[in-house]
Design a protein around this ligand. Sequence first.
Ligand SMILES: Nc1ncnc2c1ncn2[C@@H]1O[C@H](COP(=O)(O)OP(=O)(O)O)[C@@H](O)[C@H]1O
Ligand SMILES: [Mg+2]
Length: 223
Amino acid sequence: MQGSLGEKIGQGVFADVHAWAPGQVVKLSRPGIPQWVVRHEAQMTRAVFAAGGPAPEVLGEVTLDGRFGIVLPRFDGPTLTQATRTGAITREQAGEILATLCRAVHKTRPPPDALSLREAMDARLRFGGSVLPERITTGVLALIEHLAPDDVLCHSDLHPGNVIMTAQGPRLIDWLGAARAPAAYEIAQCHVLIAELARNMPTIRSGPRSIRFCRRSMRGWPA
Ligand SMILES: Nc1ncnc2c1ncn2[C@@H]1O[C@H](COP(=O)(O)OP(=O)(O)O)[C@@H](O)[C@H]1O
Ligand SMILES: [Mg+2]
């Protein structure tokens, strides 16, 4: 893949996002993060794009100084978080945009290699190390076994920091957590991300009004 590492335009827990070739970015695993994490994101992003879902096209994969990277189209525009902060978009509109993206995700046929909720939760709990007591982690996994199997494709990290408002419309990024799970899992995660975690996460923060409008827009949601 032709390109060279340009300015850093974003940073998260697992990866840094840099300019790459014209119209492209590279999402590079951060030092110390196992390569499988971003490799898995590349696999999920490709699979959802191939299934016709609202994921970006993966343009290539690179390894730079031992760091694995995904080359993606560059989306120009503010994130939905930034757009609500500047007032370019109201919180009501932000909720509707999230809900519309969410419906598009859930209508996409889940790729066969997307993790089940049980597998995804197992991976998350392992990644969290010993933060939660063993009885809680085994309890969560046991409860998941009893859920009705009404799986849809879930993005699993649906928040305004993962939406870029381009001139062509909103674009949903960051597909590491894509999983086959009940739609309620997505809605619950979205709620916790926006209403509870956002206070400490500046890339998400957009306020509880967004989640109210998002929930309202999601009524009548097809199972
Ligand atoms: N395709 C892209 N085009 C432009 N900017 C991007 C793109 N992907 C990510 N970014 C920028 O990098 C930030 C972090 O990207 P993201 O994929 O959400 O990483 P993380 O997994 O660390 O949350 C985004 O909020 C956005 O500002
Ligand atoms: Mg993100």
